[in-house]
Write a protein that binds this ligand. Structure first.
Ligand SMILES: Nc1nc2c(ncn2[C@@H]2O[C@H](COP(=O)(O)OP(=O)(O)OP(=O)(O)O)[C@@H](O)[C@H]2O)c(=O)[nH]1
Length: 600
């Protein structure tokens, strides 16, 4: 057990890609936690997908010993947090376990939307913030401009901001010293009964559920009987210890320490992140303040391409949810696609990551329908139903009104792009709220925008309309009434439930027209003509036709070049993987996502 005066618990927070993970790697290396030869880039990003995409999805906690210039040895508990807005809730959990935060700002990019959002979260959690201007090795780095931006935009004094490069290691020693001197040591009552905060949890196939904990009062020992206060569940502490990041068992965890607890439970539901752990006997009555639970924002249908993969898909979802409380799912049946699941995600990135994991780690071929949000449909007579899928939409005659989720969106841009953001966001039914200058180079615009519009490729459009300068952060604002209708897509005259979507009345015609044009490009020619129609109720708004196939594909090869012929067949086969026969029409995956890509 370390004396709390020699413990420092901190998070590293930043806008995406500003270099948190690289900086964490360097800290592990420079404190000798990981020998250089064992160093793998982005060590804390343990999931394959995290490493490949260079993004952090799950928070990670690691304990580091640091021999400071004052000759004393300190225990640092460093918590790497995700930067993407989908995973904001992970950041808030991590912050609750810390006394301080290192706010990383890229010296070439300056303050961006999630820099502001994360800094706000850290301030609200009363953390001591150490600003760090990163990537100063880059020729385009402009630390003085960024220093001014941190002060103007965030009101954080930045005279003493650490100048560093996670890549070369310069400035990292300064950072470690700043952590010792600026971040307060944890305080807590060692003699009081145990109170510990669960800030993360995961499922270990051999040991069951492991909770990551921060001890606030008292201590936690192996063999103790403990109580999870929110779920009322009693457990036996099978093992406690610290992560370096390899787990090292310890006899006990004391005040201020961060570590892990092997709970012996087989189910993640009882181990709620944000819950307080106390003693089963003689414990406390008042839990620590919890924090917000993750709630899915977008829903999509996931269907196996081969119907015999339904059970394996269910098992895979069960396994993934063990480790991802934010993932919600229920069975869904589509006339067009058969049996599958409606799955709720925190956002589009979360959705992509989960789909990719299901396909890669569980070897499944899946078809995903276009993401949708949760609508509130008020029926005549007052009953409210939550709609996760356009297919569940009641008949218009039964509906009194519909409400949809809105977001408060914050967009940071250089002043030149205000007009471009206005045009795009108004076209997406956004309502302008206010705008102010954070600094000479940065304008902050606040908007209210329907979530359904945001998930339709809004961010990519925003980026391309502002030459990549815009950054975006958002928060749930609440539900508002909206004039929404269900748009059906018909192939060969039959409505295809899995292709229908919900759209604002005023946009229905345009979106229907663009979508039928897109589908005409996407759906391959078949042996017969395929009419594509967009309709509301029985009224057709737009129509296109996929012409019948004229020749055999192989005819193109003139019988000569064998390798080309093989390649062509190979290509066809791969294409097939992502196709699903709906009636007698082969429909590729892109058709389901085409609605997200309609231009305004
Ligand atoms: N030149 C230079 N590049 C850096 C430095 N730090 C990080 N990078 C690069 O910047 C990119 C993003 O770095 P990451 O460490 O993955 O950023 P992150 O903030 O952890 O990103 P998320 O986990 O996705 O939020 C990578 O390509 C890094 O190689 C630095 O100090 N100098």
């Amino acid at each position: 057990m370390t004396d709390p005066s020699h413990i420092r618990n901190f998070s590293i927070i930043a806008h995406i890609d500003h270099g948190k993970s690289t900086l964490s790697d360097r800290i592990l290396e420079m404190t000798g936690t990981i020998a250089e030869r064992d160093m793998q880039a982005q060590l804390l990003d343990t999931m394959d997908i995290e490493r490949e995409r260079g993004i952090t999805i799950k928070s990670q906690a690691v304990r580091v010993s640091y021999q400071a210039d004052d000759g004393e040895e300190y225990q640092f508990n460093l918590i790497d947090t995700p930067g993407h807005v989908d995973f904001t809730y992970e950041v808030s959990r991590s912050l609750a376990a810390c006394e301080g935060a290192v706010l990383v700002v890229d010296a070439t990019q300056g303050v961006e939307a999630q820099t502001v959002a994360n800094a706000m979260m850290a301030m609200n959690a009363n953390l001591e913030i150490i600003p760090l201007i990163n990537k100063i090795d880059l020729p385009s780095a402009d630390p003085e401009r960024v220093r001014a931006e941190i002060e103007d935009a965030l009101a954080i004094p930045a005279d003493d901001a650490v100048l560093a490069s996670g890549k070369t290691g310069v400035g990292v020693h300064d950072l470690l010293e700043a952590v010792v001197y600026n971040i307060p040591a944890p305080t807590g009552d060692a003699n009081a009964p145990l109170r510990a905060l669960i800030f993360d949890s995961y499922f270990d196939p051999y040991r069951g559920v492991v909770a990551l904990v921060r001890i606030v009062d008292g201590s936690m020992r192996k063999g103790q009987r403990l109580r999870l206060m929110a779920s009322g569940k009693d457990i036996l502490a099978e093992e406690v210890g610290a992560r370096h990041p390899v787990e090292e068992p310890l006899p006990e965890l004391g005040v201020g320490e961060v570590g892990y607890l092997v709970t012996g439970l087989k189910d993640l539901v009882h181990v709620k992140v944000g819950d307080t752990i106390t003693l089963a006997e003689g414990g406390v009555d008042n839990p620590l303040p919890g924090y917000r639970e993750a709630k899915p924002m977008v829903y999509t249908g996931l269907f196996p391409i081969e119907s015999d993969q339904y059970e394996p898909l269910k098992e895979a979802l069960e396994k993934l949810s063990l480790n991802d409380p934010a993932l919600l799912w229920e069975p869904e049946k589509s006339h067009a696609l058969g049996f599958g699941f409606r799955v709720g995600f925190l956002g589009l990135l979360h959705m992509e990551v989960v789909k990719e994991r299901l396909e890669r780690e569980f070897n499944l071929d899946l078809l995903a329908t276009a993401p949708s949000v949760e609508y509130h449909v008020f029926k005549q007579g007052g009953e409210m139903m939550s709609l996760h899928s356009p297919q569940e939409m009641p008949d218009p005659g039964e509906i009194e009104h519909i409400e949809e989720p809105y977001l408060k969106a914050k967009i940071l841009i250089p002043p030149d792009y205000v007009g471009a953001v206005m045009d795009l966001t108004v076209a997406r039914r956004g309502t302008f709220v206010t705008m102010n200058y954070l600094s000479q180079n940065t304008v902050e615009m606040l908007w209210e925008i329907p979530l359904s519009e945001l998930i339709m490729d809004y961010f990519d459009k925003l980026k391309s309309n502002t030459k990549g300068y815009a950054s975006l952060d958002y928060d749930f604002a609440g539900y508002k009434p909206s004039q929404l209708v269900k748009l059906d897509i018909l192939l060969s005259g039959k409505p295809i439930d899995a292709l229908s979507f919900i759209v604002h009345k005023d946009k229905a015609y345009d979106r229907g027209r663009v979508l039928t044009e897109k589908l005409k490009e996407i759906i391959p020619r078949q042996m017969f003509e395929v009419p594509i129609q967009a309709a509301i109720g029985g009224r057709v708004l737009a129509r296109e036709t996929v012409k019948a196939k004229r020749k055999d594909v192989l005819a193109k090869c003139y019988g000569g070049d064998i390798s080309r012929k093989r390649k062509l067949l190979e290509k066809q086969k791969q294409g097939k993987k992502r196709m699903k026969a709906i009636g007698n029409v082969e429909v590729p995956q892109e058709a389901f996502m085409a609605i997200l890509k309609v231009d305004d």
